[in-house]
Design a protein around this ligand. Structure first.
Ligand SMILES: [Zn+2]
Length: 340
């Protein structure tokens, strides 16, 4: 996309609120990595005709994603508890900022200490080192998330699911239990799931087959925010950053799921077969910012604007026009999440 088109589309967005060019269906501009310039990052994307869904991962990042969604047209939220936050887990400073090592609670920093990166690094070395440290696991508070989930700008429940990458048997049970509760919440509020799954597809699919009702209730019978969005859900949700096999993809498609792909596809060839296999009407684009920036930004902090590189790569893999990929993936996200 050259500058001329960017500017032209930016004008459409602000003046006519037309449909967007692209949608970043899974991002985290509410995370600590965007503490200093989050608004500029969001405006940059919206100015280029890119809408976004900020995905919650625990209590605070869920509430903050909703707050941002209320601030901007073209920005939506999901609320939920990520499987790694159900247990004592690796603490990611890019996600939650600096926290107290002992309690896992955020450590309030005086503004003077927020300013310089140098000072920030010094603090993180003091409290736990740059390699990260563990934080306290969260219990899933159904009522807390339900209250947020009923807001009309919340478009999905999650990210939720299973992550067996760093696992002990006891945390496995808790992940399963918390995931089932979030499937129940999604059904109760009539909104799709935003699924995270790592090295756990067999268990994930089994749980979904057992606990998901593939055909959601009509909008008139749904509660809260869902009823205000109109239209019926066409999908039980999206599996983000899909890393399963073709066989897993087939089973998830039978259940009605779609898949979002991000930056990793621009530098790892392993995804090409999968992207050719999954029908285009089941594919969405994401950045998962601040993580895993696409080429040519690899190694830098990712942001929603870069979703364009993911679209370009899918166009290349499928040997189709960029514009066709942009249009279809945008329509998919609008339909699945009821964006308007
Ligand atoms: Zn994510």
């Amino acid at each position: 996309m050259d500058k001329f088109f960017r500017q032209r589309d930016a004008a459409f967005i602000s003046e006519n609120k037309m449909t967007p060019r692209l949608i970043d269906a899974h991002t985290h501009t509410q995370f600590a990595a965007f503490e200093k310039d989050g608004d500029a990052v969001i405006r940059r994307a919206l100015g280029a005709g890119i809408w976004m869904i900020n995905v919650g991962t625990q209590r605070d990042t869920s509430a903050n994603s909703l707050e941002l969604a209320h601030k901007y047209d073209g920005v939506w939220a999901t609320v939920g508890l990520h499987p790694i936050h159900t247990e004592k887990s690796f603490h990611d400073e890019q996600e939650l900022g600096i926290t107290n090592h002992e309690t896992g609670e955020p450590t309030p920093q005086p503004p003077s200490q927020r300013e310089g990166e140098k000072k920030r690094d010094a603090i993180s070395l003091l409290v736990g080192g740059l390699a990260g440290f563990t934080s306290r696991g969260e219990d899933f508070d159904y009522d807390y998330y339900k209250k947020l989930a009923q807001d009309s700008k919340v478009v999905a429940i999650g990210e939720c699911g299973l992550d067996y990458y760093r696992l002990t048997e006891e945390t496995k049970n808790k992940q399963v239990e918390v995931f089932i509760k979030q499937i129940e919440l999604a059904r109760e509020v009539g909104k799709p799931l935003m699924i995270h799954c790592r090295e756990a597809f067999t268990d994930l699919i089994e749980i979904l087959e057992k606990h998901l009702i593939p055909t959601p209730q009509p909008p008139s019978q749904r509660e809260g925010g869902a009823s205000g969005r109109g239209g019926r859900l066409i999908s039980p949700g999206v599996v983000h950053f899909f890393s399963g096999t073709i066989d897993d993809a087939e089973k998830l498609m039978d259940l009605g799921f779609s898949f979002s792909f991000g930056g990793v596809i621009t530098f790892a060839r392993a995804y090409e077969k999968l992207i050719k296999f999954i029908p285009l009407d089941r594919i969405l684009l994401e950045t998962d910012a601040p993580y895993v920036a696409p080429l040519p930004y690899r190694g830098k902090r990712n942001e929603p604007l870069y979703v364009e590189e993911v679209a370009k790569k899918i166009a290349k893999i499928l040997n189709k026009d960029f514009e066709e990929i942009a249009r279809i993936t945008t329509e998919n996200a609008i339909k699945i999440f009821g964006l308007k």
